[in-house]
Write a protein that binds this ligand. Structure first.
Ligand code: FAD
Length: 342
């Protein structure tokens, strides 16, 4: 059990800036994110696209903003727990919060900052009966080993570079699959031009197939996957033989467990007061895209403001006997000491 004054759920731009603002209040924190890297939407959805409305930064990409936020928070050395989904949050008898992740990490936190954005990014699956049972056995998000599909009838689902790279990998070589079929709902791909050309050439050479259609069923015999049923472009049902499915369907945000934590929600968001961005649950703050209040705008700079006031709110809660003073990073020797600058 990790005891901490503050726990941040979500390492998007707002979660990262929350860690910095808590540092200025001399509050150390742990940060948990379901993704393998920090950055939330900025990195997952528009890493190389430009942002023009961060105060004082005329232009930066999503990734550059996150790099700067990581640099800024360094003096406070927040401890990151990546690739862990916060699955459970419960009040403890002594007025703190017990938080648990899907990897079994447990925290006891005096304050919790929910910076969960639009939810945890998870790999897209198939909403079909039998999917959960076959996942990890014959349905995969990535190949378990370089020879996993050797001699198998493999169906790759998706329209992106990862899907086309998988087809190229498994259709030839010593570990080649017995057959490779690419399935996507239409004959259009979001991938590099050359990769699309190569795939079309391979289809012409009959070293793989492309079938346009939507998965509509998992065909099984004796609990083993034997085929994928699809609704094809003509509107007919067709069964493609398969021993293995490789899903390259990208990621999507899922509110997931957050909605089960017993916190008041309004249209999948957490209502807060705009003085401290605290929720109605004592010690729980919500900042960034996950919160709601009159006039809320889902912008990064609004999240930064919210994180600043939430840190002041947490300081008042954690140190009720001390006055939480406003100090400037320009002139405060106390803040300079915390920042490690002389
Ligand atoms: P997010 O960035 O969504 O991060 C939340 C993090 O929490 C995620 O990493 C997620 O994995 C994690 N998480 C959620 N639930 C859990 C859980 N249970 N356990 C563990 N981890 C969890 N805003 C601007 O101000 N300017 C722009 O120019 C701009 N351009 C945009 C362009 C696009 C294409 C998009 C999609 C958005 C844009 N935005 C822009 C909006 C901006 O990206 C969001 O407002 C911002 O990312 C919100 O930050 P956040 O930290 O609140 O949430």
């Amino acid at each position: 059990m990790i005891q901490t004054e503050a726990l941040i759920i979500g390492a998007g731009p707002v979660g990262l800036f929350q860690a910095f603002q808590l540092g200025l209040q001399d509050i150390r924190c742990h940060v948990v994110d379901a993704l393998p890297q920090v950055g939330g939407q900025c990195v997952k959805l528009y890493a190389n696209k430009p942002i023009y409305d961060i105060p004082g930064i005329a232009l930066c990409t999503g990734q550059e903003l996150i790099d700067q936020l990581q640099q800024q928070v360094k003096p406070f050395a927040p401890q990151f727990h990546l690739q862990e989904l916060v699955s459970d949050l419960k009040a403890t008898e002594d007025g703190q919060w017990h938080v648990q992740t899907d990897k079994g990490t447990q925290f006891k936190a005096a304050t919790v900052f929910i910076a969960a954005g639009v939810g945890a990014f998870v790999k897209r699956g198939l909403n079909l009966p039998g999917f959960d049972e076959l996942l990890g056995k014959q349905i995969f998000h990535s190949a378990p080993s370089p020879s996993s599909f050797k001699g198998q009838h493999l169906i790759v689902l998706g329209d992106n570079d990862a899907a086309l790279e998988a087809c190229a990998h498994w259709r030839e070589g010593t570990d080649a699959a017995a057959s490779v079929t690419l399935v996507h709902r239409r004959d259009q791909f979001q991938a590099a031009h050359q990769a699309i050309e190569d795939m079309r050439q391979a289809c012409a050479n009959k070293t793989m197939r492309f079938v346009a259609g939507q998965p509509s069923g998992l065909i099984q015999a004796n609990d083993q996957l034997t085929g994928l049923e699809i609704l094809n472009a003509q509107g007919d049902t067709e069964v493609l033989p398969a021993n293995a499915l490789l899903l390259c369907l990208g990621i999507s945000p899922k509110l997931g467990p957050l909605s089960d934590w017993g916190l008041a929600m309004e249209r999948k968001q957490l209502p807060v007061n705009t003085e401290t961005y605290a929720t109605e649950a004592r010690g729980i703050f919500a900042i960034g895209d996950i919160n709601t209040y009159p006039g809320k705008k889902k912008l990064i700079l609004c999240g930064f403001h919210e994180a600043t006031l939430a840190a002041f709110g947490a300081s008042a809660l954690l140190r009720p006997d001390q006055k939480t003073l406003l100090q400037y990073t320009t002139t405060s020797t106390h803040l300079h000491k915390l920042l490690g600058v002389s």
